[in-house]
Structure formats: C-alpha cells, structure tokens
Design a protein around this ligand. Structure first.
Ligand code: UD1
Length: 419
C-alpha cells in the first residue's frame, strides 16, 4: 500500500493547473449510457474514481476508448444492466448509473452502496424520486432493482438537495414521457455541467444551477462532445495549502466564481486573494486569523473542503468553530490531526479548533478522500516528518498530487511497500 512521506515547513510558492472536476466527470460518464452515438469527453481528471466509472461502463458492455484525459464512449450497445458490488463498494457514485439504465432500458440492478467512513450516506431520496417517476424499486440481498416501462414526468420535491440524487433524477427525467420538475434540487456547478452535457445530447432542461429544474423528456439522446469543468475542490485544496504555509500559490484554469464563499473565508483569515477570469492567486502572511466555518450545500462552504480548512484553523491565531451540516460523522481526520498536536474538541457536528503556533509531524492514517487532503496539508505546514498511510483514498480524487505539490516546493514523496 502506498504512503506519502512529507517533510513539513516549506513555504509553497508557484503555479498549479486545476484538473477536470471528478464530481462532474462521474455523472457525465454515467450520462453517456443514456443514448446511442459517440460521446467524446475531454479534461477528465486522471484519478481512481474516474477509472472506476469507466471500468463500470465497460463492464456494462459499452465501448470505451480512453486516451489520457479524453475518452470516447459509444453506448449504442449495452449488454448488461447490472452494477456489481465489487465495484460499487469502492465508489458510492457508481449509483449514478441507476437513473440512466432505468430510463433507457427500463431495467437496472445496482448494488446498494454500503455505509462508508463518513456516515451512513443513504440513497433513499434517489429511489423515492425514481418511484415518483413511475419506477418499481425494491432493495433486496444488497441490490437495488428498478424497473419501468417508460418513466413519466412528475413533480419531485426533494427533502434535501442531494447532489448525486439530483443528478440521477435529472438523467432519468431526460428520457421520461412528459415534464419533470425537481424542487429543492442541488445547485452545485457540477449539476450545471451535467445539464450542459445532456443538453448537447438533445435533452431539454431549464433551471440548472437553481433549486428548480424543469425537464421536458425526449424520446432519445444522441452523441456529443464535452469538456469537463475545472475541479473547484482541488483548486480550493491548493489555495488552502498556499495559505497555511504562508506562501503564494496561483491556481490556473479554474473558475473563481465557484469558490466565492471559500475565497471570502480565506480573505477573512487575512490572506490576500486575487482573481482573474480563469485563475486565483493567494498570498498569505506567516500566521492567519481564526474564523468560524459552517459547511452547507452550494453556494455554501463545501463539505469537501472542511478537512482542509480545519487543518488551516489548527495553525491560526485564535479559536475557530467548524460546523459540519452536510454529513454526519465527517470528523474522522480530527483524531489524526490531534496526533500532530492539534487542539480540537468535537461536540456533535461542531469542532472547536484552538489555533496553535505549530503542529508536529507524526505517522497518520487517511480515512477518506478529503480527510486525507486535510492531513496532507497539515503535514506540509507541520514541523518535521509525517507519513500518511492508506493514501489510496487520496488517489481517488487528486491527480498527481505529489507532483503538483513538489512543483510548488513541497518536500513530499510516495513510498510503496511495507512500512
Ligand atoms: C456528493 C459528492 C461529494 C460531496 C457531497 C456533498 C459526488 C460524486 N460526490 O456526494 O463529494 O461531499 O455531494 O456536497 O458528487 N442523503 C440522504 N438520502 C439520499 C441522499 C443523500 O439522506 O438519498 C443525505 C446524505 O446522507 C448526506 C446528505 O444527504 O448527509 C448529502 O448527501 P449528497 O448530497 O447526496 O452527497 P453525494 O451526492 O453522495
């Protein structure tokens, strides 16, 4: 199992390019299942989750030709409607094939994504929405089985603006008979990117990026080309890394508007943040000020940057409160940060972080994708050496992370084999 060895204390300085967004790439790849014809998708990040999704699509019998960050998928012929446990257990977002398979073929069998490190993460809202569209859905022996002759447009009021749930329903509604309205839809930029791709394929969607999506179903979709949007979470991770090392980091090929709340928080901490149309530059003093942060669905502060921001708070002047409102139990990184000397106390979904003058390197273990990123940032700013084990979590969502960090002056290397 790979691990990262980091010698902390370097000031990060330089330029890094944002990769394509993992969380946009995954639903877009699933959406290639919705119709015949070639779909050429570019700017795919080279990360494990994207490889898992392309493997899943190939397993369904679809032609997938991948060349670096571009893939050409032709789902004219699909041989199986079955997403097996072995793949789904490695990536919850596999559930995104449910809506497309059901809408196009009237049938889908998808393993239930089990519990995961960051809380129970159920899919009940996906299933309730599909039932609303007329599907018969059962869950037995660990599998979701969905059937429908043709889905029918309906009004769906989501109890919570679930991101992949909105995506599954948006894809399914694109091929339903009649008009679907999804209220309290997720407003994440990745939904807009998916809707843009679906529209290029011939879908009729209004309201993407707002809380109300209106989808007029069409009978078939055709092939299209699409470039995946830049990854706002990767961008935010490098900005926080620059900020907490008192550095100067420019992230190129990103969309500053997607990070408005994050940039406002970093400014509140005392960092200087400047933006151009496609880049963000952060310059930070040696010590930042503590702030309170409250995660919430977009456009709020993203839960996927919570662990990284908590790492930053550990080294600020003052005490900051991190409130996690999106996922229960997303504080697994806290005990590892404490091993590095952090002063954090958790009370339910709130973590009180007392800023310290320094953290100290230590052996730590990654528990999920973004928690790993938080530990890595803490290690970059800490005094001494840190080894992070189980970094396969990090490889799920960050492209060539050690190369990009090395280019910014970090001392980080990947080690393989037994420790
Ligand atoms: C997506 C992102 C993930 C991000 C999260 C929140 C992808 C592939 N993943 O995950 O990186 O952290 O959004 O921004 O895009 N919930 C239910 N029932 C459901 C669905 C969700 O109760 O049917 C609850 C979850 O338990 C959680 C909350 O809703 O507490 C948010 O989950 P959701 O928005 O669905 O997250 P994902 O789409 O899984």
């Amino acid at each position: 199992m790979d691990r990262l060895a980091i010698t902390g204390g370097q000031r990060l300085e330089g330029r890094v390019t944002a990769a394509g967004a993992k969380n946009a790439a995954l639903p877009i790849l699933a959406a290639t299942l919705l119709g015949e014809g070639e779909c050429a998708i570019s700017n795919l990040p080279q990360v494990r989750d994207v490889a898992t999704m392309t493997t899943l699509i190939s397993l369904l019998g679809v032609s997938v030709k991948r060349d670096g960050s571009r893939v050409v998928i032709d789902a004219t012929s699909v041989q199986s409607f079955d997403a097996p446990y072995d793949l789904v257990k490695t990536m919850r977002a596999s559930v995104l094939v449910l809506g497309p398979l059901l809408a196009r073929f009237g049938e889908a069998v998808v393993s239930l994504p089990g519990g995961c490190a960051i809380g129970p993460r159920p899919v009940n809202l996906h299933l309730d929405g599909l039932r609303k569209l007329g599907a018969t859905v059962s869950v037995d022996h660990g599998y979701i089985r969905a059937q429908a002759t043709r889905l029918r447009g309906q009004r769906i009021d989501l109890e919570f603006p679930t991101v992949t749930g909105t995506e599954n329903l948006l894809m399914a509604a694109s091929l339903a008979h009649g008009t679907t309205v999804i209220n309290n839809a997720a407003m994440e930029p990745e939904i807009i990117d998916l809707a843009a791709f679906l529209s290029k394929r011939g879908a009729k969607i209004e309201g993407a990026g707002s809380g109300r999506l209106v989808v007029e179903g069409v009978s078939a979709l055709h092939g299209a080309e699409h470039e995946v949007m830049p990854d706002r979470i990767e961008t935010g991770t490098y900005l926080v890394a620059g900020a907490m090392t008192g550095g100067r980091v420019e992230v190129e090929r990103c969309v500053p508007a997607h990070l408005a709340v994050v940039l406002a928080k970093l400014r509140e901490c005392g960092a200087d943040v400047s933006e151009t149309a496609g880049s963000i530059t952060i310059t930070a003093p040696r010590r930042l000020q503590a702030v309170d942060v409250h995660t919430s669905p977009y456009p709020g502060f993203p839960t996927d940057l919570q662990a990284q921001m908590m790492a930053l708070l550990c080294l600020t002047e003052g005490t900051g409160v991190m409130t996690e409102t999106v996922f229960e139990g997303r504080f697994l990184h806290v005990s590892e940060l404490q091993r590095m000397g952090a002063a954090i106390t958790v009370d339910g979904h709130r973590a009180v972080v007392k800023g310290l003058d320094h953290l100290t390197g230590a052996p730590v273990m990654a528990s999920d994708l973004r928690a790993s990123a938080g530990l890595l940032l803490a290690a970059l700013a800490a005094e001494g050496d840190t080894q992070i084990s189980r970094i396969y979590h990090l490889d799920r969502g960050y492209e060539r992370i050690e190369d990009k960090l090395q280019a910014l002056g970090a001392v980080v290397r990947r080690e393989t084999g037994p420790s």
